[in-house]
Design a protein around this ligand. Structure first.
Ligand SMILES: [Zn+2]
Length: 308
């Protein structure tokens, strides 16, 4: 078993009331100002806002267009993590340059969880021996990963437990509707076109859940480099299969997808860039894509429009 899975057991310990009692810090004024929650990626922040409602003040360290694999925390970020009542992050090395900071905070007794590490290892996709962190594109599995959030909020703020439980139930039903929407929409793409090619391997869970073959030019982390050979092989694949479109990602430079498009053109196959997908970050605040649900819907609609 990979050492990366150890955190889920740590969360398991934190989730136990006996241990929680010693690790809780309930700040003065929590009732009036709400719990201060710091998260890494926006998709987790969105869930905490939905579950916590008026009782939480959420700070997300990584905004629109920010790549979590490459993100380095600033001194200000560390302060926001250290002063938070609870922290929630992905884990499974999603935040590749923040792992030490985040793990140390939980080790020192901070409330919170690495949400992806609360899942069982057999629910995760492994690539090259490492678990793939991009779970949010399997909407049902993402819902399971988020179950640690209402638990931690309720333990920290027992007077609002029923609100957290109600909000969680409501958010879960929203996720169920979204999961159904994605399944139905992807099902409208002709089977031979159900191929999703993007800049990096962020969509393996999406492919497994909704029935698409998935190829990324780069590996699971954007920290790895795409080779010329990878691009040539993918261009062969796309032109042989006559796949209509490939996709750029909002948090990854577009150059590798453009190189792939050129390589397809040189083979006489005019593949289209089917639009921009939100992979590891949500869209701008205040836009529909600035929420988790809007982000997934945008991706599904963009994929269907280009391939159906
Ligand atoms: Zn990624």
């Amino acid at each position: 078993m990979s050492p990366r899975f150890t955190r889920r057991y740590l969360f398991g310990a934190i989730g136990t009331s006996a241990v929680l009692a010693s690790s809780l810090r309930i700040p003065a004024g929590a009732q009036s100002d709400g719990l201060a929650i710091t998260t890494t990626i926006g998709m987790i922040a969105d869930a905490v806002r939905n579950i916590g409602g008026d009782h939480v003040n959420v700070t997300s360290l990584m905004g629109p267009g920010v790549d979590p694999h490459l993100y380095k925390p600033s001194a200000g970020d560390i302060a926001k993590l250290e002063s938070a009542d609870a922290i929630f992050y992905g884990g499974l090395h999603l935040e590749g340059r923040m792992v030490d900071v985040l793990e140390q905070l939980l080790d020192r007794g901070a409330a919170g969880a690495a949400v992806l590490e609360t899942l069982d290892s057999d629910q995760l996709i492994e690539t090259d021996g490492a678990p793939d962190p991009h779970v949010w594109f399997d909407v049902a599995l993402w819902g399971e990963a988020l179950a640690s959030i209402p638990t931690v909020l309720s333990e920290l703020d027992t007077s609002n437990t029923s609100t957290y439980e109600d909000n969680w139930a409501s958010y879960k039903s929203t996720l169920t509707e979204l999961d159904t929407y994605a399944e139905e929409q992807i099902g409208t793409i002709p089977e031979e076109q159900r191929v999703l090619v993007t800049a990096h391997d962020a969509f393996n869970y999406f492919g497994r859940r909704y029935g698409m073959e998935v190829r990324g030019i780069q590996g699971m982390s954007t920290a790895s480099e795409a080779g010329a050979k990878d691009i040539q092989e993918l261009a062969d694949f796309l032109s042989e299969r006559q796949i209509k479109a490939i996709f750029v990602e909002s948090s990854v430079p577009h150059d590798t997808i453009e190189a792939l498009q050129k390589a397809c053109e040189s083979r006489g196959w005019p593949v289209a860039v089917g639009g921009e997908l939100f992979s590891d970050a949500m869209g701008d605040e205040g836009t529909p894509e600035g929420t988790y649900v809007g982000m997934v819907r945008h991706n599904v609609d963009t994929i269907v429009a280009a391939l159906a």
